[in-house]
Design a protein around this ligand. Structure first.
Ligand code: ZN
Length: 494
């Protein structure tokens, strides 16, 4: 099947045919989380959006290298250069090593992504592991004359850059707007221009995350990591750079400036940005008290939540809107998503049960047309809500067959089952809860069997200490273990 994938490019402000830099290969970089707190709904949207992109590009046969970073240094409070590092602040509060904080929230982030059935990226580089690459980037920009050293820090010279190139190509701003809208008070007396951003920051004595550099001890500015790591893993020119719309300015604008100032041209061919999630019409934010973590959604433990929402309900809720539209969270909207997902799951279960008839009126031609419509929606800038509406239509036909109001031919039934597997499971990444539970229960059962096998082996070796320990610990956990003549059986008393 011929595909004509179009992607909306934030950089050119229009939909463009997707033609990768290297035929058959796709390099994709997505800005990952700053790991100083639990993942919330705002993290789920870019993760699920670019998971859909990753899954679809792979499905089309591309070899995709997907890089999603972990920001564990340099992301400062209030995004101002003199703010405190978010991770260092948390570490001080909790009397932990900064890397302990970063590791803890990285693990929690991975758990949340797993629950949402978000595939892991191909590479997940940490900013703190790429200080040398970032220093190299800063050195190139200095050598090319687009940065200057001041009091142990290095700043990007925006005015100089803007004379030779255009600062603001991504966000559509010009330098004058940027200057007029800037309220930055930090770095006063160090910067030539208030809008210059830090490439390297001198570390104050109390700053715990610091590295040696040609400019003294310090740490990299936040924008450096994505330019340095994107280039390291995807090359000087790669296909897709993604993230939330809130990153367009200043983060991605600064990334473009850094790329041009260091290598002479832009690195990224297609810039993709997902829109934001509001909560009852309001922006999400800690200060607004409407900051709901993913764990709180899954368990229903936040006063704003009417009930717990499963990870698949959250995933479906996000996929029901096109990634460039805004999404407003409310209990009503999530409950509607839960019902929508149930309809789809029931339709799929029904599809597994119905039987075909040779003289059926639902034919292969109908399935082929449906499949073409689903692909057309995906090819149109990953339009998942349209795919879902086609799948709902298909569910209605399945129900008509189940009720005896229509009949489906054998080849159409087989093709329709394949189509649901492709779109629901492989591309939208929706796993039915029962499926997920069955997998977990099977793994759980096998783990207990394995423990009892070890116990059996230790008994055979007269290692009574180990065999008693396994039995006692299992009993303490609520398991009832019964020895039989050829092993043991178990059940879990609830
Ligand atoms: Zn980034």
């Amino acid at each position: 099947m011929e595909h004509h994938l179009q992607i909306y490019n934030t950089r050119t402000r229009r939909k463009e045919d997707f033609v990768p830099v290297n035929p058959g290969h796709v390099g994709m970089y997505v800005c990952g989380p700053t790991v100083y707190g639990d993942a919330h709904l705002g993290h789920a949207r870019p993760a699920i959006t670019f998971d859909l992109v990753f899954r679809y590009l792979r499905h089309l046969g591309y070899k995709v290298r997907y890089v999603r970073n972990i920001t564990d240094v340099g992301h400062l409070e209030h995004d101002a250069d003199d703010g405190e590092d978010k991770i260092a602040k948390k570490a001080k509060l909790e009397q932990l090593e900064p890397m302990e904080v970063a590791q803890y929230y990285t693990n929690r982030f991975h758990q949340a992504m797993e629950a949402l059935n978000v595939l892991p990226p191909s590479i997940e580089p940490h900013a703190s592991g790429h200080i040398i690459e970032q220093e190299e980037l800063v050195r190139q920009i200095l050598d090319n004359g687009y940065a200057y050293e001041s009091h142990g820090s290095v700043y990007f010279d925006i005015e100089k850059y803007n004379r030779d190139h255009h600062y603001g190509v991504l966000s559509g701003r010009n330098l004058e707007d940027v200057i007029n809208n800037s309220r930055e008070l930090d770095g006063v007396g160090e910067k030539r221009n208030q809008v210059d951003f830090a490439l390297w920051k001198h570390a104050q004595p109390e700053h715990i995350m610091r590295w040696p550099s040609p400019w003294g001890e310090g740490f990299p500015g936040w924008h450096c990591e994505c330019t340095a790591m994107g280039r390291k893993y995807l090359g000087a020119h790669f296909d897709i750079h993604g993230g939330g719309m809130d990153l367009v300015f200043p983060h991605h604008e600064c990334e473009i400036a850094q790329a041009v100032a260091s290598q002479g041209d832009e690195m990224v061919k297609y810039w993709m940005h997902n829109n934001m999630i509001t909560i009852n019409g309001q922006k999400m934010g800690k200060s607004l008290g409407n900051f709901i973590t993913l764990d709180q959604f899954f368990t229903g433990t936040h006063p704003a939540l009417a009930e717990a929402y499963s990870p698949m309900t959250i995933r479906f809720f996000i996929l029901q809107a096109h990634y460039r539209s805004t999404v407003d969270f409310s209990n009503e909207a999530l409950a509607a998503s839960r019902r929508g997902l149930e309809r789809l799951t029931e339709g799929m279960a029904q599809l597994g049960r119905i039987e075909a008839r040779a003289d059926g009126d639902v034919t292969l031609a109908w399935v082929d047309e449906l499949r073409a419509k689903c692909y057309a929606a995906m090819d149109d800038d990953f339009n998942s809500p349209i795919v879902i509406s086609h799948l709902f239509d298909a569910c209605r036909t399945v129900n008509r067959v189940a009720d005896g109001h229509a009949a489906i031919t054998p080849d159409a039934l087989e093709a329709l089952r394949g189509l649901f597997r492709t779109f629901v499971a492989d591309l939208l990444g929706l796993r039915t809860e029962a499926e997920g539970n069955a997998g977990r229960e099977e793994a759980f059962g096998r783990a207990v069997d394995l423990l009892l096998d070890v116990r059996q082996a230790s008994k055979a070796n007269k290692d009574w200490a180990t065999s008693d320990k396994i039995r006692n610990e299992l009993t303490a956990l609520g398991f009832e273990v019964k020895d039989t003549k050829d092993g043991a059986t178990w059940r879990l008393n609830k």
